[in-house]
Design a protein around this ligand. Structure first.
Ligand code: PMP
Length: 377
């Protein structure tokens, strides 16, 4: 099997799974219980949470565990809007967000909030002048993803933060870091809130992180009993939390080395495919190498994906969470409907081998020429 859909999800690392199993077996107590089994669980929870907050150089109280990035994004956007509605009703998001952000925005519109979509240039970089123009005294939130999930566009969060805060120091800045963590370096201090999922970094599915700076206040979205964190009440998922802390530690090791390796594989694919008729590489100077978006003119993405599957090769479409054929990100960057209509996403990991890429390229060309000849008659 050749798996090239790492941005949809990653296989859980063996060490992480071992941790999950051990904690599930050996720590049966609810960490809210007063007896010694509860205390044992609570102690482990505290040390895992401390490890994560130390890694990101933030306070333990600033970390909330959620079920994943979708929930973290909900908490960030809805929590900020409902908690700060008296300060304003205006939100700014980019045109390169994950569908989960747009779905939340659609809901917030029904609740009286107004959404602006900031432009980007032809590399996908946020248009700073447009951002400045859109900022208002009533702008309570700006949400811009650190790395876009379809084309891998990476935004300079620190610079964006400076622009936002200069225009309105009360505006809260959130970044969806789901496709950034474990691929490129991030700094939580560049933002007020961030979101990510464990399963994108070789961790377990069903857990995510929501970071919220202690400087800002948001309203809870969930209500229930909680001793640890009022933003995510209920029994702590201890095996998930502890195995996530291991996954984060492993994912952040040797980032540069892993990125350089992935870049070489990405370059190899681009060099082999770039001159083929009907193929367009959707890559700009601020795309990260782990995500490679390609247009196959006239070929339906799902047809191509299933044809590659015959060779036991697995790639993705726009995002695993969107069934739409039109790539909103390719559209936002190239403003070309034909180019945005049939795109595939190849996502590469440091676990990918050169041999896998060679085999992938051979099968890719076989499938492509077959389908291309069919559509061009
Ligand atoms: N944000 C981004 C940028 C993503 O890529 C994804 C997953 N495709 C999500 C949010 C949602 O993550 P999850 O499905 O783990 O909730």
């Amino acid at each position: 099997m050749i798996y090239l859909d790492y941005s949809a999800t990653t296989p859980v690392s063996y060490d992480v799974l071992e941790t999950y199993n051990t904690v599930t077996k050996d720590f049966i107590g609810n960490s809210n219980s007063l007896h010694s089994l509860g205390v044992k669980s609570k102690t482990l929870y505290n040390s895992a949470k401390k490890q994560i907050s130390d890694i990101f150089n933030v306070l333990e109280s600033e970390i909330t565990f959620t079920s994943g990035a979708t929930e973290s994004n909900n908490l960030a956007l809805i929590g900020t809007c409902f908690g700060n509605a008296r300060k304003g009703n205006h939100i700014i998001v980019s045109k390169l967000e994950h569908p989960s952000i747009y779905k939340i925005c659609d809901y917030l519109k029904t609740q009286g909030f107004e959404i602006s979509y900031v432009n980007n240039d032809q590399d996908g970089l946020i248009d700073f002048e447009d951002l400045k123009k859109l900022m208002r005294p009533t702008t309570i939130l700006v949400s811009i993803c650190a790395v876009n999930s379809e084309v891998g566009i990476r935004q300079p969060l620190k610079m964006i933060r400076q622009i936002i805060k200069k225009e309105n120091e009360n505006t809260i800045f959130h970044s969806d870091m789901t496709q950034a963590i474990g691929k490129v370096a991030v700094n939580f201090h560049d933002v007020d809130m961030s979101s990510f999922s464990g399963h994108k970094i070789y961790g377990p599915k069903g857990i995510g992180v929501f970071y919220k700076s202690s400087r800002i206040n948001i309203a809870p979205v969930l209500y229930g009993s909680s001793k640890d964190n009022s933003l995510h009440p209920g029994t702590i998922a201890l095996p998930l939390v502890v195995s996530l802390s291991k996954a984060i530690r492993l994912a952040l090791m040797d980032l540069d080395k892993k990125e350089n390796f992935v870049r070489r594989l990405n370059d190899k694919i681009c060099n082999e495919l770039k001159d083929i008729e009907g193929i367009k590489i959707n890559k700009t100077k601020i795309s990260i190498p782990h995500i490679l978006n390609i247009t196959l003119e006239g070929i339906r993405p799902e047809t191509f994906i299933h044809a590659l599957e015959e060779y036991d090769i697995y790639i993705g479409t726009n995002t695993a969470c969107s069934n739409k054929e039109l790539s909103t990100s390719v559209m936002a960057i190239y403003n070309d409907k034909k180019r945005a209509l049939s795109t595939i996403r190849i996502s590469i990991s440091h676990l990918t081998t050169t041999d896998e890429i060679n085999k992938f390229l051979n099968s890719f060309k076989l499938v492509y020429y077959k389908l291309h000849n069919l559509v061009s008659g």
